[in-house]
Design a protein around this ligand. Structure first.
Ligand SMILES: Nc1ncnc2c1ncn2[C@@H]1O[C@H](COP(=O)(O)OP(=O)(O)OP(=O)(O)O)[C@@H](O)[C@H]1O
Ligand SMILES: [Mg+2]
Length: 277
């Protein structure tokens, strides 16, 4: 695996191969890192909102990205997919220099924004077709048909996106970010406000995608979703406080469960942050 953290204090087990992970048969290629970035930082004004984050995610893994509101998750995800320029940080995303080859990274990453970003006055099919055009995809119709089929959207293809419930909107958003066959998905709170059944179906999709070799970094505030991840990265005040499997994070924090672990971790971080500022 990679070099130890150069930045903030980091607790928790090693993100790769930690005990308690969801084990599946893995070949040599599984040891490759889809994300291998160190020292990711971003300031707005004089406030560092992402402060030396290291992120390593092995190919085909599902890594949960957790942290309180305003802790820097969205900012980090946007830097990793090449949409936002970091102040500092080096490394690779999908084997590409994520800063110097940001345009190529963008083409190979599927990014699902925290807020629904599609056109509410276009139908499901029209939205997907529009995105396929943006990516200048060949076989556009086939790609759209495949995405509709995969996400169970075929029977609703003519419905306006704006008329969909939260769960269906989220499926459409996932279909949209899968269209160009990305190897890495960066999903920003994809299930916020979605009912439990739709969330479960969404996670079944995510697991299926991971089994096909797609790597997933997903932010969430839901503890049941955190439990479904192979590994977790927990940040507060822009710094990684814990990483590893859910079991190892709980154990390291001396907590009774994940929620308890995060409450403890953020409590300590808040004390430290208040002292320093
Ligand atoms: N464009 C911007 N200009 C100024 N400050 C910003 C900007 N974008 C984000 N911030 C600030 O950076 C901090 C981190 O924001 P970010 O959206 O990354 O947090 P988050 O962890 O995704 O939070 P949430 O869980 O609420 O989505 C917040 O304090 C936010 O107000
Ligand atoms: Mg966010």
């Amino acid at each position: 695996m990679t070099a130890p953290s150069a930045g903030p204090p980091q607790a928790g087990a090693h993100p790769l191969g930690g005990s308690g992970a969801v084990h599946r048969d893995r070949g040599a290629s599984d040891l490759e890192l889809a994300i291998d970035v160190r020292g990711l930082s971003k300031s707005y004004g004089n406030r560092k909102v992402v402060d030396g984050v290291d992120m390593q995610v092995a190919t085909g893994r599902i890594v949960g990205f957790l942290g309180p509101n305003g802790s820097g998750k969205t900012t980090s995800l946007r830097m990793l997919c090449g949409l936002l320029t970091p102040d500092a940080g080096e490394g690779k995303v999908l084997g590409l220099d994520f800063r110097r080859q940001a345009a190529e990274v963008k083409r190979q990453v599927g990014y699902m924004t925290q807020k629904f970003g599609l056109y509410e006055d276009l139908s499901i099919r029209e939205n997907l077709d529009f995105i396929a055009r943006l990516f200048s995809m060949e076989n556009r119709k086939q790609a759209v048909d495949d995405a509709l089929e995969r996400l169970g959207l075929k029977s609703r293809e003519k419905q306006l996106a704006g008329a969909l419930s939260g769960g269906w909107k989220q499926r459409l958003a996932l279909a949209a970010c899968l269209l160009h066959k990305p190897r890495l998905l960066l999903l920003d709170e994809p299930t916020a406000g979605v009912d439990p059944k739709a969330r479960r179906e969404f996670w079944d999709q995510i697991r299926q995608l991971a089994q096909e070799g797609i790597t997933v970094l997903v932010s969430t505030h839901y503890m049941d979703e955190a439990e479904r991840c192979d590994e977790l990265v927990y940040i507060a005040y822009g710094r990684v406080l814990a990483r590893g499997t859910a079991a190892s994070v709980v154990q390291e924090a001396g907590a009774k469960d994940l929620e308890d672990a995060f409450v403890k971790l953020v409590g300590q971080a808040t004390d430290n942050y208040s002292e320093a500022h």
